[in-house]
Design a binder for this molecule. Sequence first.
Ligand SMILES: [Zn+2]
Length: 131
Amino acid sequence: MKDIESLELTKQRQSVLQVIRESDKHLTANEVFDGARRLLPSISFATVYNSLRYLKQEELIGEIRFDTGAKLYDRRLTRHDHAICDDYGKLVDLELPLPDELLEVAADRSKFKVASIELTLRGLCPECNHE
Ligand SMILES: [Zn+2]
């Protein structure tokens, strides 16, 4: 991971990146805004939002999109998979081995040159699945 100081980023982008890197969970834009405001009280939501777009484009953060249009921001940049709890939306990281065959089938069916595949598991997390 590159040093935040060594990147040529504005103060605003630096604080947004810092919030994401220091968090151990996946953050919504609103949560990033709350954190960034603690570092830089004058920052606006629009600036945070634009910074997120910029950081994503520069591949300094990861982004997870849901079918609902919601997005979560992720400090982990290497390929990984996620599991989402249907009950309260908790999201955790996990790594699943992908068989080469899956990549081949995916490439064949989509006609895409496949760069990566990320899987999202849905179900109930251990806490919700108690009874
Ligand atoms: Zn993740």
